[in-house]
Design a protein around this ligand. Structure first.
Ligand code: TYM
Length: 334
């Protein structure tokens, strides 16, 4: 192995991926592939912490893979695989469960949010979700984990668990760092801009799906909730400007300009003009991805081949970590 550092990240195939997933995570992954060894997975085991339709998970797993590739991630250079195809994730998660405290899991924002939304199904998988996520990352000795802001708390707990394990058994795990993209790390809902844009939102107008037709994308942006002040200013700490702040952030993420530059460009414009331009800029970025996605998703055999070789490579790397862990905790080696 050369001395390139290792990147690990993934997305749950639990709904159509959104512009938030793209700008907060996947777009960044494509950029990192030049300088790092990158491992990107489809996190299907995480999806069943809330009830799903089995056929949807299966279909979306390949859709997410096609989208990764359509977003520019090279399936030869990087390892792309399905989480459930590598049993080492579940095995390490069990061990780490025994080094994680109830109190730590109870503090997790995502657990609190999801248990409020799914009060009839607060299962222990939902509770220990961050432990499985820690296993995902630690198995590969990842140096960096590029994610959106909402996942940073899970990276922190992963670091805590790894540090605790290392303190007992010596240097077993590399302590990973979360990596936020410079812009787009938290894209908000288009309808309730104080909430993050989420693929599980009940209102499809609240998010832009990577699967939306381009005219739908434009329409959703044009009907985004703003305010009645009529002034295009970037005021990230002012909740009353949440809608405009979000549109400015989206524009910044797709054009590479700073939010202040964008606000300057539109200082004398109305919301209608600004929204139309944001819509056009987003469509310009998404349209080619969508075209490439449509081409890739037609070739299921190709996608499944990538999963098979990815799983093999992922298993080989992660097995070394799991062996070390089993030895350290005292499991008999034959
Ligand atoms: P998931 O599937 O919810 O989201 C995938 C990635 O997209 C980012 N993201 C956003 N970024 C900006 N704005 C938004 N509105 C937005 N919504 C989502 C997320 O931060 C994430 O980076 N637990 C993870 C999946 C996972 C994982 C891992 C990630 C499982 N194991 C190991 C990294 C490493 C999740 O549910 O992401």
């Amino acid at each position: 192995m050369d001395d390139k550092k290792i990147i690990f990240s993934g997305v749950q195939p639990s709904g159509n991926l959104t512009l938030g997933n793209y700008l907060g995570a996947i777009r960044n992954w494509a950029k990192l592939q030049k300088d790092y060894h990158c491992i990107y997975a489809m996190m299907d085991m995480h999806t069943i912490t809330v009830r799903q339709t089995p056929a949807d998970i299966r279909r979306r797993t390949l859709e997410v893979l096609a989208l990764y590739i359509a977003c520019g991630i090279d399936p030869e250079e990087n390892i792309l695989f399905v989480q459930s195809h590598n049993p080492n994730h579940a095995e390490l998660a069990w061990v780490l469960n025994c080094y994680t405290y109830m109190g730590e899991m109870q503090r997790m924002t995502q657990f609190k949010d999801k248990s409020a939304r799914h009060a009839d199904n607060i299962n222990t998988g939902l509770f220990t979700y961050p432990v499985l996520m820690a296993a995902d990352i630690l198995l590969y000795g990842a140096d960096y984990v590029p994610v959106g802001k909402d996942q940073m708390q899970h990276i922190e707990i992963c670091r805590d668990i790894a540090g605790r394990f290392n303190a007992i058994y010596g240097d077993v795990f590399k302590i990973p760092e979360g990596l936020l993209s410079k812009s787009g790390a938290k894209i908000m809902s288009l309808q309730e801009p104080t909430k993050k844009m989420s693929k599980s939102d009940e209102n499809p107008k609240a998010y832009i799906s990577m699967m939306d037709d381009m005219n739908v994308v434009a329409k959703k942006i044009k009907s985004a909730v703003t305010d009645s002040e009529g002034v295009i200013e970037y005021r990230p700490d002012d909740e009353s400007k949440a809608g405009i702040n979000n549109l400015i952030s989206i524009m910044s993420a797709v054009t590479g300009k700073t939010p202040e530059e964008i606000a300057g460009d539109y200082a004398s414009a109305g919301y209608g003009t600004f929204k139309a331009d944001v819509a056009e800029a987003v469509v310009e970025v998404l349209a080619p991805i969508r075209a490439e996605y449509d081409r890739l998703i037609a070739d299921k055999a190709y996608l499944k081949d990538i999963c098979a070789s990815g799983a093999q490579r992922a298993r080989a790397i992660s097995q070394r970590t799991l062996n070390k862990v089993y030895k350290k905790v005292g499991f008999l080696q034959l």
